[in-house]
Design a protein around this ligand. Structure first.
Ligand code: CP
Ligand code: NVA
Length: 304
């Protein structure tokens, strides 16, 4: 059987993605009710981090431990990856010793190369281009609060970054409408935009994007690796803050999400982030744990 990877949301079919979301909701209930089985006993997850992380590391590591498995934290500082051992060699060696691998790195091509040489499933835990694990948690969170996301409207306000590209993939796979508001020059990936067709609308006006949205979401203006652009981006993204004023243009009972970490009073007002009648960011963060456990169950079963 071919090894299944999760490098973008497009690696699973819509049916498989919905299965993972429903399994995540069930695994969350199982954990709360104390009925988790050690289904990962004897399994090891290799976790390669070339960028910082709180949520991703804790959720993958805790998730493996809760299901009886183990996780290895591998940073370039302490492995030969940081001293120039080729990705192809690292992939062949690491994947002979562990059962599944997650990688947070720079270019998408790095993770694609690793997957090509790996004989175990590889999960994208964030690249410059995509952050698909976050979208599993985000869709799970929407489903838990509002039911199916199919046919709904989501507004993305801000940078056309890895999260925005992943929202476009999610719109294609889960079949919803996406409104993107970004400043000129900060649009998402052009080929994805073309593929999304008329379920995607792009504008420079956050109010136009927010109109009628059932969910409004954003991310930092400067992602990891863009720290030196922070000042310039603060100027370019003036007017792109999500706050109560902007939410007033969205649909009644619209939710707010943010993958976190958030910069209060930059891309989101502190008041909105902390308004638990609208903001579901803590549920969203928690769901990384459940969604990734379900994803690992799916990938290990589908590849065995
Ligand atoms: N949202 C997210 O991926 O957070 P971390 O960078 O803390 O992992
Ligand atoms: N766009 C952000 C997401 C962090 C979880 C980054 O890449 O830094």
């Amino acid at each position: 059987m071919a090894i299944r990877h999760f490098l973008t949301l497009r690696d699973l079919s819509p049916t498989e993605l919905n299965q993972v979301i429903h399994m995540a909701i069930e695994m969350k209930a199982a954990k709360r009710e104390g009925r988790q089985d050690p289904i990962f006993a004897g399994k090891v997850l290799g976790m390669i981090f070339e960028k910082s992380s709180t949520r991703t590391r804790v959720s993958f590591e805790a998730g493996m431990a809760q299901l009886g498995g183990d996780a290895l934290f591998l940073s370039p500082n302490d492995t030969q990856l940081g001293r120039g051992e080729p990705i192809e060699d690292s992939a062949r060696v690491i994947s002979r010793m562990v059962d599944i691998v997650m990688i947070r790195t720079h270019g998408q091509e790095i993770i694609e190369r690793f997957a090509e040489y790996s004989n175990v499933p590889v999960i994208n835990a964030l690249t410059n281009e995509f952050h698909p694990c976050q979208l599993l948690a985000d869709v799970q969170t929407f489903v838990e609060h509002r039911g199916s996301i199919q046919g709904k409207t989501v507004a993305w306000i801000g940078d056309g970054n890895n999260m925005c590209n992943s929202w476009i993939n999610a719109a294609i796979q889960f079949d919803f409408n996406l409104h993107v508001a970004c400043p000129d020059g900060y649009e998402p990936d052009a080929s994805l935009v073309a593929e999304a067709g008329d379920r995607l609308m792009i504008t420079n006006d956050p109010i136009v994007a927010a109109k009628g949205a059932h969910l409004v979401t954003t991310d930092v203006f400067a992602s990891m690796g863009q720290e030196q652009e922070q000042e310039e981006r603060l100027e370019k993204f003036a007017g792109f803050q999500v706050n109560h004023q902007l939410m007033s243009h969205a649909a009644d009972n619209a939710l707010f999400m943010h993958c976190l970490p958030a910069h209060r009073d930059e891309e989101v007002s502190a008041a909105l982030l902390e308004d638990s009648t609208i903001s579901v960011v803590w549920d969203e963060a928690e769901n990384r744990l459940h969604a990734q456990k379900a994803l690992m169950v799916f990938l290990l079963q589908a590849s065995s």
